[in-house]
Design a protein around this ligand. Structure first.
Ligand SMILES: *Cc1c(COP(=O)(O)O)cnc(C)c1O
Length: 435
């Protein structure tokens, strides 16, 4: 190792420790962070030269792996032409071409596109649409939301208000966070048997409160950061018809599930349903840039426009950023030109083969796999820093949280790397007993 290099790295780390917040951390009591030099394909290269096989796709986003030449070229070209321009009163090819792709590939009646700048903002936008829609229909009282326990929808205030009240730490924001309705999360697993009893909670709330509820918001099929649960698509189908019955909109938050992660292009496709509003983010740009999109039906849009103020009230500074839109267009085309269904199905079977042997262990509560997502749920929370260190020592990048050790690798990962990844998980989970 070159010494000037490591001096540079240690001063970088020093400054980071003193001044930078990382997600959900303290600067006073920092958890270890690993300086990254570069990343390519499924390899993350640390500043000390060590290479790690990526199991996280940078939180669902880097579906094509890192530094993909097609995406890098798209970014380079667009950066040289027009990296940004305001979207008020102006438009451009990257936004239009991306919107055309999104309308084409999303469930049928979704055709109006709002380009937002991050997932949480997309959720805020979807929630505002639902409120404006009901208000425009004359239902001013229908201004509250119904979501599911164990859900996750983002970190801004209204997005947080529909996250699981316990893991979303609603108690900490009491009196400033709006209080909404929560249905029990469905118990029937994906691939398991369907029990109509799963609908009791959400049906009861809709029966009692529909006059106050503008929309149901949920993550289709995979509940992500709120618990990594995979539920039965029949639940989704039934909730769709309950929403119609009670004149409540259905918002599908596909920010984590979108673009093939669950084995179908969107989680909704497992149930053959279409939401009234859909949020996309994360993998939208292949993990290169922050961008999100909210898709709505023509019905939602026209009702919003039919009543005062006659416009949809939102418009971020970086709305429709050309650099991000161009990257998203390139990423979606790259996905469609690949055999991603086979790649995801292969990851699914390798994860099953590699992780299911953990099932009998006493401190393992459950092991589940859906599409390119594998989850080992333990009986008690892990020491994240220690477990992360164990993974790095084995040459893989896995970041657990709470009781969950989970992976959602880039779709391009090959079977050798997958084997290394699942073997490392088995070894570390085995060691967790003693950590
Ligand atoms: C990550 C996530 C969000 C929030 O997106 P950000 O880009 O982090 O703001 C919202 N909903 C779901 C389902 C997510 O997984």
């Amino acid at each position: 190792m070159d010494t000037t290099y490591s001096v540079k790295t240690s001063s970088l780390l020093d400054f980071d420790r003193k001044h930078l917040w990382h997600p959900y951390t303290s600067i006073t009591n920092p958890l270890p962070v690993y300086p990254v030099e570069s990343a390519e394909g499924v390899r993350i290269r640390l500043a000390n030269g060590k290479e790690l096989i990526d199991g996280m796709a940078s939180w669902w986003a880097a579906i094509h792996g890192y530094n993909h030449p097609v995406l890098v070229d798209a970014i380079r070209e667009q950066a040289a032409r027009l990296p940004h321009i305001m979207f008020g009163g102006l438009t451009h090819g990257p936004a239009v071409n991306l919107a055309r792709l999104l309308v084409e590939c999303s469930p049928e009646p979704l055709e109006k596109v709002f380009l937002a700048d991050s997932g949480s903002v997309a959720v805020e936008v979807a929630m505002k649409m639902a409120v404006q829609y009901q208000r425009a229909r004359g239902f001013k009282e229908k201004n509250r939301f119904l979501s599911l326990r164990s859900g996750y929808h983002g970190d801004t205030f209204h997005a947080m208000s529909v996250c699981d009240p316990v893991t979303g730490m609603h108690g900490m924001y009491k009196n400033i966070l709006p209080e909404y309705y929560f249905a029990e999360a469905p118990h029937c697993c994906f691939g398991g048997e369907w029990d109509p009893g799963d609908l009791a909670s959400i049906t009861r709330i809709l029966q009692d409160r529909h006059s106050r509820i503008c929309a149901v918001i949920l993550e289709p099929v995979i509940q992500g950061a709120g618990g990594m649960r995979f539920y039965h698509p029949e639940y989704l189908r039934q909730v769709r018809s309950l929403c119609d019955q009670f004149e409540v909109l259905l918002i599908a938050d596909e920010i984590a599930t979108g673009f093939g992660r669950s084995g179908k292009l969107f989680g909704c496709n497992h149930a053959g349903i279409s939401p009234d509003i859909m949020c996309l983010g994360k993998a939208l740009t292949g993990g290169c840039m922050t961008l999100a999109a909210v898709l709505a039906t023509a019905q939602v849009e026209s009702v919003i426009s039919s009543a005062a103020p006659g416009i949809f009230m939102h418009g971020p500074t970086f709305m429709g950023n050309p650099l991000a839109c161009k990257t998203a267009e390139a990423s979606i085309k790259l996905l469609f030109s690949s055999d991603w269904q086979t790649a995801v199905a292969n990851i699914e079977s390798q994860l099953i083969k590699g992780l299911f042997p953990l099932r009998p262990m006493k401190h393992v509560r459950d092991v589940r796999v859906l599409g390119a997502t594998g989850v080992v749920e333990l009986t008690s929370p892990v020491d994240m820093a220690a477990v992360q260190r164990e993974f790095v020592a084995r040459g893989v990048w896995v970041r657990p949280f709470g009781k969950l050790v989970y992976v959602m690798p880039p779709y391009i990962i090959d079977n050798n790397d997958l084997r290394t990844l699942t073997q490392a998980i088995c070894q570390v989970v085995e060691r967790i007993k003693t950590l």
